[in-house]
Design a protein around this ligand. Sequence first.
Ligand SMILES: CC(C)(COP(=O)(O)OP(=O)(O)OC[C@H]1O[C@@H](n2cnc3c(N)ncnc32)[C@H](O)[C@@H]1OP(=O)(O)O)[C@@H](O)C(=O)NCCC(=O)NCCS
Length: 465
Amino acid sequence: MAAALSLFAATPQQIEVSRNRTGASAWGNGMTLDEYVQRDIDLQNSECGREGRYLTWVLAPRNDSHTLDFLCSCETFRRAGLTSRRNHTSSKPDSEPLIEQVECYGIASVFTPPQYRGKGYARLMMSLLHWDLAGNKLTSTGNIKFPFDIWGSPPAPPKELGMGDATFSALWSDVGDFYGKCSPDGADDDSNRLRKSGGWVIRGTRMTRWCPRPDASTALMHANSGSDLHSHSGEWQWLTQEEVNRLLTHDAELMRKDLRARWFEIISSNSTSSSKTKVLFTFLPSGGVEAFQRERLRRFWEKEKIVHWGVALSDPLGDMSTVRAFATWTLDLRPPAPRTLVITRLRCGSCSEESERSENCHGTQVQILCELLQKVWEYCSEHDIQIVEIWNFPLELREVGYRCARHWFVGSDPEGEEFERTEHLPAFKWYGHEHGLTTISSTDSGLVPEEDEVEWVFNEKFCWC
Ligand SMILES: CC(C)(COP(=O)(O)OP(=O)(O)OC[C@H]1O[C@@H](n2cnc3c(N)ncnc32)[C@H](O)[C@@H]1OP(=O)(O)O)[C@@H](O)C(=O)NCCC(=O)NCCS
């Protein structure tokens, strides 16, 4: 069965059918089918979608690849990411890491129509998708072989798009660990696990969910915290969409520095901890990636004429490059769910190398975080927001951050303010750098990491799709 099928970039007619199918499912709730389809057309023309970045894929018979009765479909967004790893040209283990911009993909909208479900189509489609996204990497290693005997010849992505060199891809699963079984070599589950060549690995499902306290006020904050909220040298400013986009272009630059800092943190802790990290990666929020979070919900918020989508602390009279901390967000106002503010990206001032030595650095960072949360609360108050969500709240600031947040918010769930999500589970597939994905042997030089040696930095909402 499998060899008679393959994965194809959808024709315009297939794209339309795919959108009609998904729009008629629960994903289209709150929109007419026309509105749903139009939203996807708008996304296709937006910064994150244009120039072939946003593609629809269909699993179809090889001898009828243009059929409108295809078996299942999914979507991909080509993006830029950053990785940090050891520079093997240097013999010193503590040398500067190699920080590179790489090609990567976000995957969305995996869908099989009800009549075709349970026949293995989605699993085959997702297993083949690895080859479209990262075929060059997989074959260049010689260790992951395309299973010609089971799947026939490999899928061929459109040549003009120059695909096949992804370093990683990610998706956000609503079906548990299903994607862990979608392996590029078509092997069964147990042998996948042994060879570490399985599908997408779930990582980082922590979720913070707060309800803004209706009884909180700035005066209460002062009384409770006993801290002077205005002792910092800077000004908080609300950000328009345009300003958020500019800020995130700058943030993408700062992420390089963050990856470098995180790298040295890992190196210095390696002797004392059991950290096995060999590679760090992140999606970049610029290029319309973070903006996608607002674009896809536009229909629900545009009636309210919302002007601001973030808040930032910068030096007095400073431009975006002086921003020390910020939060950006989208609003999910789709009824009947509670009106929700989702933090897409949170930067809470980092202690620069010089200031790190100063004892005050951490204290200042905590104070900035408290102020930032207060600003988010003010915004919630003004816009009648009932829920605030944050994915993977920064671990190092969690304890003080939550303590401070309790002035403004209460946990919305019985489990408390933080819990492990059971939907939209972030899952990544690491393809690797020039050596691709291989089995690690005891003699391996460390160039090709296993999945538990790969760290997803900035695993926040901004990159969801
Ligand atoms: C999820 C979906 C794509 C699977 O498609 P499919 O072609 O039936 O998939 P396959 O036949 O290859 O595999 C079915 C597997 O999906 C699992 N699955 C389906 N729905 C599931 C769910 N809601 N939760 C957990 N697992 C689920 C099945 O248990 C089965 O697992 P198994 O292989 O261990 O038996 C399909 O059910 C669908 O379109 N659902 C609605 C849209 C959706 O939720 N998409 C996923 C978004 S992340």
